[in-house]
Design a protein around this ligand. Structure first.
Ligand SMILES: Nc1ncnc2c1ncn2[C@@H]1O[C@H](COP(=O)(O)OP(=O)(O)O)[C@@H](O)[C@H]1O
Ligand SMILES: [Mg+2]
Length: 281
């Protein structure tokens, strides 16, 4: 029997748990491979948090994000999202919960080519249970593009936009359904340092406005702008702690090509992640 509460909580109140997982495992089993990607994870994420998940390649970060995002299911353990037990939902219920609750951002943007920014952003609404009319659809997509600072680029196709602008369109697409959680898997992995800072600045702004954000990154220089850093290793959480988050806007103002690393609150995590990486190689 599970110890989690099944009652639905009020998602408006900052600080209440949006995500609760207990003893979560995920194993991949086929005839040829058997991998225990997650080996028993306990985690709570509260409304309003900005969390960075770090860890070397293969430590289980994407597997965890996919389960949190209801794209995949755990092998064992409990996952409750906004008070709903994900393991007990049907496929349709799960899809509905995902559409209403979660926005996704990926390393490679995943925009449709030869399709305008505005249409890319409209897409999730076309598939949502809300199914707004065309007028509302355009309005919502424009609003989302405005939030990410691209109100004037709606007609551009991805190939006519820079990497940073493409990621902004992808963020607008994630926001258009008004999710309570943004899940971002290596969102700055394909961006240069300065553009990465701009994207993190946007995340911080969205977070200040109440959006809960979980971001996978292997870069301490990016993780330091979150308020909490979780380090994964071999399918387990190795450390989990709150840090004084840097201000990305300030960092941008003082930006130089190779910013120095004085007072890096994650120096030891960087060291641990590096030694994990080296032990893998
Ligand atoms: N679909 C899959 N089938 C089999 N093994 C997988 C699959 N997806 C991931 N894995 C394995 O699970 C482990 C964790 O992978 P992943 O979550 O992608 O790690 P990370 O995102 O931290 O790099 C790795 O050993 C990986 O090879
Ligand atoms: Mg990954």
């Amino acid at each position: 029997m599970s110890q989690l509460s099944t009652q639905t909580e009020n998602p408006e109140s900052r600080g209440h748990p949006l995500i609760k997982i207990r003893e979560l495992t995920r194993s991949y089993r086929t005839e040829t491979v058997s991998v225990d990607a997650l080996r028993g994870i306990d985690l709570e994420i509260n409304q309003g948090e900005f969390v960075a998940i770090m860890g070397s390649s293969g430590s289980g970060k994407s597997t965890l994000m996919n389960i949190l995002g209801c794209l995949d299911r755990q092998t064992q353990g409990d996952y409750s999202l906004e008070g709903n037990y994900v393991g007990q939902l049907s496929r349709d219920q799960l899809a509905k919960l995902r559409n209403q609750t979660i926005g996704f951002v990926f390393q490679n943007f995943h925009l449709l080519p030869r399709t305008s920014a505005l249409e890319n952003v409209e897409l999730p609404l076309l598939y949502s249970s809300e199914k707004p009319g065309w007028k509302e659809l355009h309005h919502r997509a424009r609003e989302a593009l405005d939030i990410v600072g691209l109100a004037d680029r709606g007609k551009h196709t991805p190939s006519e936009l820079s990497g940073g602008q493409q990621q902004r369109v992808a963020i607008a697409r994630a926001l258009v359904t008004r999710p309570s959680i943004l899940l971002a898997d290596e969102p700055t992995g394909n961006l240069d340092s300065r553009t990465s800072l701009e994207i993190i600045g946007l995340f911080q702004q969205l977070n200040r406005d109440g959006l809960t954000i979980l971001m996978v990154t292997h870069e301490p220089k990016i993780a330091r702008f979150a308020g909490r850093v979780i380090l994964m290793r071999d399918g387990l959480i190795r450390s989990d702690r709150k840090i004084p988050a840097g201000d990305a806007r300030e960092a941008l103002e003082n930006w130089q090509d190779e910013a120095d690393d004085h007072d890096d609150p994650l120096a030891d995590i960087e060291h641990a992640a590096k030694s994990d990486q080296e032990s893998k190689n």
